[in-house]
Design a protein around this ligand. Structure first.
Ligand code: LMR
Length: 410
């Protein structure tokens, strides 16, 4: 049965993670996979997580199933974290939530719900978008199309072109939006642009599907949820896929949630029963541990404060690195303007070099970023900023060409 299957090309992000791990050079710099790193290059277990986890291990009395919608306490805490405690969609009882295996599980579950409700719906994603959006969403059978988003000339959003493209969509079209810290570009919508987009989405009858994987790592916990909260307050239907991987550092615990905002409480109940059915048919019930940790942190004032200050420290470190890397690059590559890095938010920036230059950085200098030149700013350290900037200067100074086999000549 399986003999005729061809080997697939590895996922661009996970393939790079494996290549980085296999590189023995001590100077290597990992700007690939989107995980936060501290000044020592570690992805630490947060102190608040450690404390919640120890308390949990001591008090847990069973490993029995949690149920297909997951832990109700976690779901409720996430609703409040994501939407804000007094959000009108919550007071109107229009929100239903399901705990999912990571933000990926939430994206797939949302896509399956859209497919069940409207099999011919098309999901419109930004150009570019996170590489895994395509398999996660298209895997449900939905068709994907693209709208303009990133402007390489400014490092910002091509907002006029985006609006023109969305204006042409038919009612019922789904628009996938990044709440903040756009992956892979770091270019976000301003609050004014979210408001203008809301007007368009209302007028055209579009359905927003909002992916929020970096709450707290862009401008702040409330600021990063601005567009999501606005849309959920003003629109009859919104889907929100949320990840706890980055802001709780729970990557491998696969912790996330899907929040569905419906037009009425009755419609929300029916859609929720569909979500439960779909979840039961895919993963049956989500893993418990990460969600139990998040619930414990959000429920206890002291732990919550500790967690918020740890997220704030991560955010500030990234912001500081953004400013410093721009300064170093200015010194070593004065003919290039990398100022956009300081204006972008979250873990990623699109560096704007070509694939041959990305490969040269990797092969000659052991600096790893994805082929499209997405770099994880949090992978830099103060001690290797100089090394990184010199490596970039060297690569930009020579013309590199690659033949079809990937062999470089300069
Ligand atoms: C990333 O974008 O690098 C992360 O979200 C990790 C992943 O699964 O791709």
């Amino acid at each position: 049965m399986f003999e005729h299957l061809d080997a697939v090309v590895p996922d661009p992000i996970l393939g790079l993670m494996a290549a980085f791990r296999a590189d023995p050079d001590p100077r290597k710099v990992d700007l690939g996979i989107g995980v936060y790193r501290d000044e020592q290059g570690h992805t630490p277990v947060l102190e608040a997580v450690r404390a919640a986890e120890s308390a949990l291990l001591a008090s847990q009395t069973t490993k029995s199933y949690v149920g297909p919608a997951g832990n109700p306490g976690f779901n409720q805490s996430m609703e409040q974290l994501v939407l804000g405690a007094a959000h009108p969609a919550l007071t109107d009882r229009r929100v239903r939530s399901v705990q999912t295996p990571g933000g990926c599980g939430a994206l797939r579950l949302g896509a399956e719900l859209i497919r069940a409700a409207s099999p011919d719906a098309v999901v419109h994603v930004s150009t570019p978008t996170w590489a895994n959006h395509t398999p996660l969403l298209a895997g449900s059978g939905l068709r994907l199309e693209r709208y303009p988003y990133f402007d390489p000339a400014t490092g910002g959003v091509q907002f006029a072109a985006m609006m023109t493209a969305l204006e042409r969509l038919s009612p019922g079209a789904v628009v996938l939006l990044h709440a903040s810290c756009h992956n892979p570009t770091g270019a976000d919508l301003s609050q004014g642009e979210w408001r203008d987009l809301l007007t368009l989405v209302k007028r055209r009858g579009l359905t927003p599907f909002i992916d929020m994987a970096y709450q707290g790592l862009g401008e702040g916990m409330d600021e990063d949820a601005f567009g999501l909260r606005l849309f959920c307050a003003e629109l009859p239907e919104v889907l929100c896929a949320v990840s706890c991987s980055k802001n709780f550092g729970l990557y491998r615990e696969r912790t996330g949630s899907l929040h569905l905002i419906s037009s009425s409480s009755a419609a929300a109940d029916a859609a929720f029963s569909q979500l439960v059915r779909i979840a039961r048919g895919i993963w049956s019930m989500p893993p418990d541990h990460g969600a139990a940790i998040v619930q414990a942190i959000l429920a206890e004032e002291k732990l919550r404060r500790q967690w918020a200050s740890e997220v704030e420290a991560m955010r500030r470190r990234i912001e500081e690195l953004r400013l410093e890397v721009v300064q170093r690059l200015r010194r070593h590559c004065p003919q290039h303007d990398f100022g956009f890095i300081a204006r972008q938010r979250g873990m990623f920036s699109f560096f704007g070099i070509d694939t041959a230059q990305v490969h040269a950085l990797r092969e000659r200098h052991h600096v790893y970023m994805t082929d499209d030149s997405r770099m994880n700013i949090a992978g830099l350290r103060h001690e290797n900023l100089e090394y990184f900037a010199r490596a970039v200067a060297e690569v930009l100074a020579v013309r590199i060409t690659e033949d079809h086999s990937g062999t470089m000549t300069r």
